[in-house]
Design a protein around this ligand. Sequence first.
Ligand SMILES: Nc1nc2c(ncn2[C@@H]2O[C@H](COP(=O)(O)OP(=O)(O)OP(=O)(O)O)[C@@H](O)[C@H]2O)c(=O)[nH]1
Ligand SMILES: [Mg+2]
Length: 332
Amino acid sequence: MFIDRTNIFVKAGNGGNGCVAFARQKHRRGGPNGGDGGKGGSIFLEVDKGLRTLSDLRYHPHYRAKNGAHGKGKKKSGKKGEDLIIRIPPGTVVKNKKSRELIADLVNPGQKILITKGGRGGKGNASLASSLDPAPRFAKEGQTGEEKELELELKLIADVGLVGYPNSGKSTLLASLTRARPKIASYPFTTLSPNLGVVSSKEREFIMADIPGLIEGAHKGKGLGHEFLRHIERTRLLIHIVDLTGYERNPSLLNFRTINEELRAHDPLLLERPQIVAANKIDLPGARKNFPRFQKEVEGQGYKVFPISALTGEGTEELKEAVAKELEILGK
Ligand SMILES: Nc1nc2c(ncn2[C@@H]2O[C@H](COP(=O)(O)OP(=O)(O)OP(=O)(O)O)[C@@H](O)[C@H]2O)c(=O)[nH]1
Ligand SMILES: [Mg+2]
């Protein structure tokens, strides 16, 4: 299961209380020697590049760092509470659930942020002694550790996003170019959650994301599209796959325009992203027949078009190298 949004509760450790104590001396009471409480543990989030989902967090939604120990006599400070580090996958956006405020957008492996600070330890009576009150009979309580409810949302970081109508062959292409094994079937909405794969071209490797098919109205939540359109916000290039067999019955060109319209409606920047068109299922006679007209139209709109068969592999090498080249130009 692919989980891409979850809430977690975090509570930093409380500071330990300060101690009230006096040195023991024969016949009379000595000076104050109560130690300070230890600081509570803080909680950090750290990006771990080995993680791909938020599922661990969904199953463990509560995090508490250790409390600081209380101070003791003989001016012994309490031990500091241990910090807690929560590991998250690259591409996690962290928000405060209540205020909706954006806390961080954690992208780079190793990136680490403080999320809740441990409470300060309370001062013991030894530290509180002053010339006015050289032997205080009180100490300070430790500060309560901060607590927060966080909303975590994973946005995939892929170089290339595959977009297209349901059943156009997105998952088939991902399976043919990478070692990913997404579910493939001859009905729409086979893919229910995004799949990622690593494509190796001659010069470079890049990550490709296959998302559920888009339909008209996807940006308003129709089909499954809306939920997943945000996953392609971070890609640098789109491969738009069109099933060319549907030219007469279910016009490919119309589908092509519809998908681009959905991308624009979701975020106009998506349409400005470089887009390479893959005219798929070219192994089928109907598709081959439709290709020249489709190519003319789409090239006329300024797109590069590659006839491919995701199933037989025809044309996919050319597509792959063209994508790699484009990424090179884009500077990655
Ligand atoms: N003949 C032929 N069939 C193909 C080709 N590519 C995909 N198919 C078939 O088309 C159907 C849909 O393929 P998928 O890869 O599941 O399509 P999808 O775009 O991922 O579909 P959704 O996940 O529903 O959006 C399957 O039956 C595939 O075998 C191709 O190049 N040629
Ligand atoms: Mg699919």
